[in-house]
Design a protein around this ligand. Sequence first.
Ligand SMILES: *Cc1c(COP(=O)(O)O)cnc(C)c1O
Length: 444
Amino acid sequence: MKFYSTNDSTHTADLATAIFRGLPADNGLYMPERLDPLPDSFFRDLPDMSFAEIGFQVSKHLLGDDVPEEDLKELVYDAINFPAPVVQLDDKRSVLELFHGPSLAFKDFGARFMSRLMGHFNKGNDKQLVILVATSGDTGGAVAAGFYKTPGIEVVILYPKGKVSLLQEKQLTTLGHNIHALEVDGTFDDCQAIVKKAFLDQELRSELRLSSANSINISRLIPQSFYYFEAYKQLGADGDPVAFCIPSGNFGNLTAGLLAQRMGLPVHHFIAATNRNDVVPEFLATGKYIPRPSVATISNAMDVGAPSNFARMLNLYGHVNGLDPLSPSTHAAMKELITGYAYGDAATEQAVKEVEERFGYVIDPHGAVGYLALTEWQQANPNTRGVVLETAHPSKFKPDVERILGHEIEVPQRLAEMEDREKVATQVGTDYEPVKEWLKAKYL
Ligand SMILES: *Cc1c(COP(=O)(O)O)cnc(C)c1O
């Protein structure tokens, strides 16, 4: 499979190039050149397939022979080693729990698949690969857990001092081995600026093999399509049409759903749920796309003002060259299939309470935004089955959820254990040069 740039469809790259580069030189995003439907036999066999087997079949279909079949199977089975159960709220609504991985958020799927794919293409290379990533919290935890002990790959995570939660910090700083944390005395933007400078530093790059692991990497998107098939399998083909509701920030999760649909999954409708950072719902309603600085909310993993995957969504709806002005036909096509809703924190908190009172289910603030959107959409579309993607475990947002519910909530063992582990981080300022020297001293 070749991957093209959303800014220039004639610019293509093979899989290894697309994943190691992350971004095409023209600053577009990589997209698979073909998205053919899976064969009928796949859907016939789906009810009896394990989740890992679904992942293998979908990746084989998508990647062709880019990875030898045996290797691909091993890699997917190793990455997808935890479940994604659908939990019924009532006969019309359910949640798809995507938090059963090591960092308790859906980003584990992308990070685990990406690390194993990079590990595969990195084999036989005697120069180690250094992954540099800036995080405001969640991404770093998934990347750290996902790449932990991957042979030949070192991971350096930059995070802003005092601006991530205690548990998030533990996820970044306690693993050891090939995972290293740099605690930056600055903001997330400072972290990102340092990473950017490193990538632009030709001298450093001539000595060190550098790559990134951020959410725009196509290898993070691919495995996120697996669980749409898995959810559909669990719901069963018989019954009302299925709509997916996706609590969204950078819109990677929703884009992965669109890929699943292009591969033949019979999705009736997508619901894009956001907090007050509502540029995409606004676009769907008005046809005007106005990115702007994000505002802080209690569903903070969705505090994004310029969603990075929006270019991919447009591309799937006929906006072939990302540098051209948007055409009304792209907006019309997207509106047909995706409806957007946005909610403030007060409504979100109310929804967390309501879901517990009505269904005895503890939902996290991101899932709660999704619950609101699904419920609103189903009022106009009653004969449907709706699935909300529960993107993180509520205990990741323990202080807020406990304050809202007025009682303690359960913390899974794997998260609780982390609290006692010792933090190891290297302190740095916001200047690039000392970080460069640190990288050279450590890896050259
Ligand atoms: C990253 C994240 C999101 C947003 O997902 P996108 O793919 O960026 O839209 C939503 N919820 C949680 C808990 C997240 O960590």
